[in-house]
Design a protein around this ligand. Structure first.
Ligand SMILES: Nc1nc2c(ncn2[C@@H]2O[C@H](COP(=O)(O)OP(=O)(O)OP(=O)(O)O)[C@@H](O)[C@H]2O)c(=O)[nH]1
Ligand SMILES: [Mg+2]
Length: 615
């Protein structure tokens, strides 16, 4: 074996943190200070958040690559999402990095996802630079936060070397980083220099032939499929004949039709690319994330990217409601399957399986939020379909049912502690920690079943008047904790097709909360509101006022309806019960019973009751 060498003209780093701790904003500042823009150039905020949904929601959903030049060294940066449901993106991103910048909010300190991403980075053997960010916050408490970071590292069994991490304090938004708290700091030079000094240039074996691990896929109208990843060894040139080794070891020949590297936020074409670099290679169609592209003479696969198992599943089916096909471009199951398959190729944390019957597909992921984002994306692309309630994926060991458990961290005012703990205990959560800082707020930690937290966030925000903070993180599988109700209220269901009228809705208002407005189309089996009681009721939302009585024959428009609050897609998904579906079309999101006919539902319920009595 020859000794490994380093490519010192490069650095590959991933930026990791809990959600909203300032990763994407820090990348903006690095761009600005590395001379990527002219001084007076107008630049958008959070430049790396390029997807529509990312910009709308102010969060990062997919990990993305870019680069900056610093003292003649190109630093390849991978910005990752901090939301727990997109953890698969972090695992994928770390496969390209040689080091990581761990951002920690100076006020919030390490939170559940900080632990998750740090563990992944330590497991991958990456060198960590810790940046305590947002020290400009009024409630910043950098010193205690630093202690918490040490505690976290010790808890994660970090080695002595890992405990001696380089540390910086930063205001990412203003582009300032410095090594000690007393310094004033004017720019990010200290951070950029620390990256060059502390993160090793990528290692490679100078004698080994070309090997590249595919960590991401892209698509270009001109070039077709793009394979993105780090070159572990060797070099490749334009027009080289290579092979791609797939999951089952089969190798597929390919010819390189274009080679590009990241240059700021764009790509630069290269004639040749060297070991250590993160490149975009075109010329291969059938490629998957985790494949190795390598030399034809000595093909050797690299270790595939390991990702955690999915914990939540959701059924996707064709839309068979009476209103189907009105808005959507793609309504057939085949088209939906194709689109979902395409998603599984790009997104390592998503799996697709066939359902119990011909018309359903089962999509598995890391959380209901991740699936909701997928549904929203598909809906905007013109797809129309139905989805069922998110369900957790159980495991069975020694005849025992195990369920996914989350570590739940709650920070709220002391006066809301009672209601929060009470609600959580009905959801089978167990309190594991309670810290009362004496400042009027308490921090509580729970271990809670994933299934019981689906839909809890909204309730929590209402209970704490919007002031509570809640974070959860998958912590493992534990024995099933017993049944708990998903929703305590029933549904108000339309018993016919037609259009809702004000008079009928006005009369239904005392029954519960309505979701529809006068004039909205309704159909038999469509859920038009939430019933105050636990049972469902079938109602007629199209019932006009009788005009036969002349004296009472006033017009409808003198009724005043209470305003309705539109649900978001996530709220709809979390609202439905096991026997209900969300109908998703490009223009509307409706709720419905899985079985539309009231008569059929009635018969099914009667059979079910008879069976359970017999049992
Ligand atoms: N006070 C303060 N706020 C900041 C700073 N940096 C970022 N923010 C704010 O923090 C929020 C989140 O910033 P992002 O950069 O989107 O955070 P992120 O870590 O990329 O978030 P995700 O990608 O969704 O995990 C934004 O509202 C920023 O304006 C800072 O240095 N100080
Ligand atoms: Mg971000």
């Amino acid at each position: 074996m020859t000794e490994a060498q380093r490519n010192n003209s490069l650095r590959n780093i991933a930026i990791i943190a809990h959600v909203d701790h300032g990763k994407t904003t820090l990348v903006d500042a690095m761009f600005r200070q590395s001379g990527l823009f002219r001084d007076n150039q107008e630049v958008d905020e959070r430049l790396m958040d390029t997807l529509d949904l990312e910009r709308e929601r102010g969060i990062t959903i997919a990990a993305k690559n870019c680069s900056v030049m610093w003292r003649d060294v190109r630093i390849n940066i991978i910005d990752t999402p901090g939301h727990a449901d997109f953890g698969g993106e972090v695992e994928r991103a770390l496969s390209m990095a040689d080091g990581a910048i761990l951002l920690v909010d100076a006020s919030e300190g390490p939170l559940p996802q900080t632990r998750f991403v740090l563990k992944k980075a330590l497991d991958a053997g990456l060198k960590i630079i810790v940046v305590i960010n947002k020290i400009d916050r009024q409630d910043a408490r950098p010193e205690p936060v630093l202690d918490e970071i040490y505690d976290l590292l010790i808890d994660l069994d970090a080695t002595d070397e890992q405990l001696e991490f380089p540390l910086l304090y930063a205001v990412g938004r203003d582009g300032i980083a410095h090594r000690t708290l007393d310094e004033a700091g004017e720019n990010l030079h200290a951070l950029m220099d620390t990256i060059l000094e502390e993160i090793p240039g990528p290692f490679y074996d100078p004698e080994a032939p070309f090997q590249m691990l595919v960590s991401d896929l892209g698509y270009s109208d001109y070039l077709g499929r793009l394979a993105i990843g780090k070159i572990f060894n060797g070099t490749a040139r334009f027009r080289d004949a290579l092979v791609c080794i797939g999951k089952s070891g089969e190798s597929l020949p390919l010819k390189v039709s274009k080679l590009q590297v990241y240059d700021g936020i764009t790509l630069r074409e290269m004639d040749a690319v060297r070991a250590g670099d993160i490149v975009v290679l075109s010329g291969v169609e059938a490629v998957e994330i985790g494949d190795t592209i390598c030399n034809r003479e000595a093909p050797r696969a690299l270790k595939r990217i390991a990702v955690d198992e999915p914990t939540v599943s959701m059924k996707f089916s064709i839309n068979d409601s009476p209103l189907c096909g009105r808005d959507g471009k793609y309504v057939q199951l085949n088209r939906i399957r194709e689109r979902l398959l395409q998603e599984t190729r790009r997104n390592v944390a998503i799996r697709l399986e066939s359902g119990d019957d011909r018309d359903t597909l089962v999509v598995k992921g890391r959380g209901e939020f991740q699936l909701a984002i997928l549904i929203e994306t598909m809906r905007r692309e013109g797809y129309e379909f139905c989805v069922g309630r998110p369900e957790v994926i159980y495991r069975y060991e020694n005849n025992q049912r195990l369920e996914p458990i989350e570590q739940l961290l709650i920070d709220c005012e002391e006066r809301f502690m009672g209601v929060v703990t009470e609600k959580l205990s009905t959801r089978k959560a167990k309190m594991t920690h309670l810290i009362n800082s004496g400042s009027g707020r308490v921090r509580m930690e729970f271990s809670a079943p994933v299934r019981s937290l689906i839909g809890y966030r909204d309730e929590f925000l209402t209970d704490t008047r919007g002031t509570g903070i809640m974070h959860s993180q998958f912590s493992g599988y534990e024995p099933f904790r017993g049944e708990c109700p998903s929703r305590f209220t029933g549904s108000i269901v339309s018993d016919r097709n037609g259009h809702a009228v004000p008079y009928a809705l006005f009369n239904l208002e005392p029954r519960g909360r309505l979701f529809i407005l006068p004039g909205d189309s309704v159909y038999e089996g469509m859920i038009i509101g939430e019933h105050n009681r636990g049972s469902d009721i079938n109602v007629n939302p199209c019932k006009e006022k009788k005009l036969s009585n002349m004296r009472a024959a006033g017009k409808d428009d003198n009724v005043t309806l209470s305003p309705i609050k539109a649900f978001t897609l996530e709220q709809n998904i979390n609202f439905i019960r096991e026997d209900e579906l969300v109908e998703v079309t490009p223009r509307s999101v409706r709720l419905r019973k899985a079985v539309l006919s009231a008569q059929k539902r009635h018969t099914l319920r009667a059979c079910h009751m008879k069976n359970s009595q017999a049992a």
